[in-house]
Design a protein around this ligand. Structure first.
Ligand SMILES: [Fe+2]
Length: 213
């Protein structure tokens, strides 16, 4: 039947490519051997296949060698927030940190608070690397209507995918993706040796004429 379907209230996942040559090597030689793994409050860092480095800090303020990369990521974030998402305000980093994950590790679904826009730059990735996003409408909203699990994972005959409960997005080295911070995301079993990413959160300097940070 001749028809038109539009994605109502769609949320933007925006990708750009950023030159990150040498950053993985910088992580291996400078960040990883440093005390970056210890939490700033002195609590223990648990030994798991996934380890965060400086996840309550901003690595672009810690390491001068990363400042240029931080400036380019900030430019990209403002393009996404202002040009793609149509906001007026300028963004600033709240935190930026490294994540390294061994084979067999995973990142459970979560979202980021104290942030309006979040992003990740992929430093070490291969054909198995991916990130997954979960529908913000709740798993059960679709589950009651679409009971066949397989149907929630494949496009319909027109290629539409608006009924997906989880979307898997494949990534390559240099891919830099941004999404609204409230979106829940993670990844299932990692098959990329030394999967390495740099993640970041942003807040605007002012929200509107009333609220300022
Ligand atoms: Fe995250």
């Amino acid at each position: 039947m001749k028809h038109q379907t539009i994605p109502l209230f769609a949320l933007p996942l925006t990708r750009t490519d950023i030159d990150c040559g040498g950053i993985a090597e910088f992580f291996d030689t400078v960040v990883k051997p440093s005390k970056g793994r210890s939490n700033t409050d002195g609590t223990t860092v648990y030994e798991t296949p996934l380890i965060h480095y400086h996840n309550d800090q901003n690595v672009f303020e810690i390491y001068d060698e990363l400042k240029d990369l931080g400036d380019r990521i900030l430019d990209a974030s403002n393009f996404v927030y202002r040009d793609v998402m149509n906001h007026d305000m300028e963004l600033r980093f709240t935190n930026a940190w490294f994540n390294e994950c061994g084979v067999g590790g995973r990142q459970f679904m979560h979202n980021h608070c104290n942030s309006v826009l979040s992003g990740t730059l992929y430093l070490r990735a291969d054909e198995n690397s991916h990130i997954q996003f979960q529908t913000p409408y709740g798993m059960n909203d679709f589950g009651n209507l679409l009971l066949d699990e397989a149907n929630t994972k494949r496009p319909n005959r027109f290629g539409y995918s608006h009924h997906f409960s989880i979307v898997t997005y494949k990534v390559e080295p240099g891919a830099c993706i941004f999404w609204p911070s409230h979106l829940r995301h993670g990844y299932s079993e990692n098959r990329t040796p030394g999967r390495l990413t740099l993640s970041f959160n942003f807040l605007p300097a002012t929200f509107n004429c009333v609220y300022k940070v």
